[in-house]
Design a protein around this ligand. Structure first.
Ligand code: ADE
Length: 263
């Protein structure tokens, strides 16, 4: 295509990195993380019929921001317990179904994370992930060990990071809010600045389907600090969500109509 640059992904497939971005899919795990942004962007929840099967708790909010089509999806409440469906399984399914149905040019996985003070993280910081890896998939068999960690590089966005003066760091993902000594060892080996419960799963799906991904994570708790994680996480959730809803519109304005290779 004229004026576009051919870009190949890790598997050597051509991606649409040269095309102008017109549709962005934002994937959140928790309703409370997403709602301030949904309100800021004045997005509206889907009327029936949903793009998702009727039985599912998944929700989609859509609208436009300065001409850019924006969809926010959340996995909704666990059918049995009524809490947000956090963790890697719900978000993988949601991301897959949303990509297949909505054909986004770019995915943003936004949410909260624990941050490591020793790596420069502070409460309320919004980090862009430069790399994704897992820390709770231990498979001590040759090559499967590397598959378990599942390291993936993030889509490079140097101009965006510079223009918006965003902090960057590597992200490590696991299905627990707390951290066992074994998790800690692997998180350190992953060289992570932030830890969450979804990022590497979204990266896995985005990579499979060759859709560019940015992960933006606001720090709710300091993992190597002296306060209990749960207390800090719950206490700083609304501050983190507010930080995301302030930063993400600026990101959307920056990416609007640009090509991925120019970000
Ligand atoms: N989300 C917010 N804080 C977190 C932590 N400490 N670990 C995993 N996910 C988180």
């Amino acid at each position: 295509m004229e004026g576009t640059q051919e870009v190949k992904d890790g598997a050597g497939r051509e991606s649409s990195a040269g095309d102008a971005i017109s549709t962005v899919l934002l994937v959140f795990a928790m309703q409370a993380e997403a709602m301030p942004l949904v309100q800021t962007l004045n997005l509206t929840e889907d009327d029936e019929p949903s793009i998702f099967p009727k039985a599912l708790p998944w929700k989609k909010y859509s609208g436009t921001h300065e001409g850019l089509t924006v969809h926010v999806v959340v996995p909704g409440k666990d059918l049995k317990l009524g809490v947000d469906s956090v963790g890697t399984v719900p978000v993988s399914m949601l991301t897959y179904a949303s990509i297949v149905s909505l054909h986004p040019d770019l995915i943003i996985n936004a949410g909260t994370a624990g941050g490591f003070r020793a790596k420069g993280a502070a409460i309320g910081d919004v980090f862009v992930a430069t790399q994704f890896a897992n820390h709770d998939r231990r498979i001590p068999v040759p090559v499967f060990d590397e598959y378990g960690i599942g390291t993936l590089a993030a889509t490079p966005i140097p101009n965006l990071v510079k223009a918006l003066e965003l902090k960057e760091g590597k992200l490590s993902t696991g299905n627990s809010l707390d951290m066992t000594p074994q998790d800690e060892e692997i998180i350190k080996a992953n060289d992570a600045t932030i830890k969450d419960m979804e990022g590497a799963a979204v990266a896995y799906v985005a990579n499979l389907l060759a859709v560019p991904l940015i992960a933006m994570k606001a720090v709710t708790d300091i993992v190597d600090g002296d306060k209990p994680t749960v207390e800090e996480f719950l206490g700083n959730m609304s501050r983190a969500a507010a930080a995301l809803s302030a930063t993400i519109p600026r990101v959307l304005e920056y990416v609007n109509a640009k090509s991925i290779s120019n970000l």
